[in-house]
Design a binder for this molecule. Structure first.
Ligand code: ZN
Ligand code: ZN
Length: 171
């Protein structure tokens, strides 16, 4: 039997839903949706998650609603400044994140396959891995382009840039 959570707005029980990225909790009345931080990390690019988590930790935002899971007050944190701010309610105690209807859908999403194995490695291991990848790329490139040193130098810098961008955006 699963725990019973209530919608922070409507106060009625949330429905458990098994989705693409894991379990979410959906309100049948207002279509609000609750997910855990780990689900959000799987679903949404890390820079987005890190940015809003930093805001949660700053404790500069008002706390209005209570967490459906642990009843602690949730911080109301803005994400994605475009036409209008979107506010997520975040529980710092149990890492529960509440989205009003359609808010979850408007966040940028990760591709589902591919980076999963790397994500499961600890940060240090991922950094070592990325360094090795960059070095092996560099070696490969070096062998292939002894013809023109200058071109090689430029090419390698581009490659390293690309590898670094790929690596950091995967963090
Ligand atoms: Zn509701
Ligand atoms: Zn909580």
């Amino acid at each position: 039997m699963f725990a019973m959570y209530n919608c922070p707005t409507c106060r009625i029980p949330l429905k458990r839903n098994s989705g693409l990225f894991g379990v979410s909790w959906i309100c049948p009345a207002c279509s609000g949706k609750g997910v855990s931080l780990s689900i959000l990390r799987k679903a949404v690019p890390n820079p987005v998650v890190n940015e809003f988590w930093r805001k949660v930790k700053s404790r500069e935002y008002s706390r209005k609603r209570r967490c459906p899971a642990c009843k602690s007050p949730m911080s109301e944190v803005p994400v994605l400044k475009k036409e209008k701010d979107m506010y997520l309610d975040v529980c710092e105690t149990c890492y529960f994140i509440w989205f009003d209807a359609n808010e979850f859908e408007t966040l940028p999403k990760n591709e589902i396959s591919g980076t999963k194995e790397k994500e499961q490695l600890p940060l240090k291991a991922r950094k070592v891995l990325a360094k090795l990848e960059i070095e092996s790329l560099a070696n490969k490139q070096r062998k292939e382009s002894e013809v023109n040193d200058r071109l090689w130098q430029e090419g390698i810098e581009l490659l390293i840039d690309a590898a670094l961008i790929a690596f950091f955006s995967s963090l």
